[in-house]
Design a protein around this ligand. Structure first.
Ligand code: B16
Ligand code: MG
Length: 219
């Protein structure tokens, strides 16, 4: 039985909920482009990179977009999104997160971020957690986004911990698949609590017994 020596946290949907901001920003761009977009489509963008999200949105349009058009659309979306991120504060950290981070530190378990988002440094700054993690792997330093395991393997490498000694906490099916592909234990929270392949499923991170978490995912 392997011991869990590190926990890698997804950012959006696990540490802080930015999906509404992603929705509002993509909705604005879709309206301007007259492309159908709703909350159900937005759910499919969870954990998926910015350019892949755009491809999902453009699949609802008949218009042909060049590579340059796509870059400009993604840039416009990100400007709207970053404006909304200015509203984020430490009050937006999801329930149970701070407690869990403190408990893991007290047990000498390393903690890292493994996020598809290129806005990870800005989001962490807004919520006051910039210097809380032992390592950060994000959308700025990877070639292949979730469900590829690259971001989690990068985080484990930066921590100096073997993949099989890592647990990942995720809110997206793509992230659960990425964790499993990396050879790590996968904990699904929120929408990912319905992922059949997650090793442990939780509604959220509040009322979490840390020993129980570590024991359950070891076995
Ligand atoms: P950005 P995570 C992901 O973050 C989001 O879930 C996803 O909706 C978003 O498209 C992606 O980051 C890229 O974000 O446009 O900020 O680079 O869940 O992997 O922390
Ligand atoms: Mg997420």
């Amino acid at each position: 039985m392997m011991k869990i020596l590190a926990v890698i946290f997804d950012l959006d949907g696990v540490i802080v909920s930015t999906d509404e901001f992603h929705y509002q920003a993509w909705k604005q761009i879709s309206n301007q482009e007259k492309i159908y977009f709703d909350r159900e489509i937005n759910e499919r963008l969870r954990g998926v990179s910015r350019m892949e999200s755009l491809e999902i949105i453009l699949s609802h349009s008949d218009k042909k977009y060049s590579e340059k058009d796509k870059q400009l659309l993604a840039q416009r979306k990100n400007e709207v999104y970053c404006d909304l991120l200015n509203k984020l504060s430490p009050n937006d950290i999801l329930p149970g997160v701070i407690n869990l981070l403190m408990n893991l530190k007290a047990k000498d378990i390393k903690i890292a971020i493994g996020s598809s988002s290129k806005n990870t440094p800005f989001i962490l700054e807004q919520i006051g957690l910039s210097s809380s993690f032992d390592a950060i792997a994000d959308g700025n330093s990877i070639m292949n986004s979730k469900p590829d395991p690259e971001v989690f393997l990068l985080a484990a490498g930066k921590l100096g911990v073997a993949p099989e000694e890592c647990a990942v906490i995720e809110d997206a099916q793509a992230g659960i698949d990425a964790a499993i592909a990396a050879g790590m234990k996968a904990v699904g929270v929120g929408t990912a609590a319905s992922c059949v392949n997650a090793h442990l499923k939780l509604k959220d991170l509040s009322n979490l017994n840390i020993d129980q978490l570590l024991n359950e995912i070891r076995s």
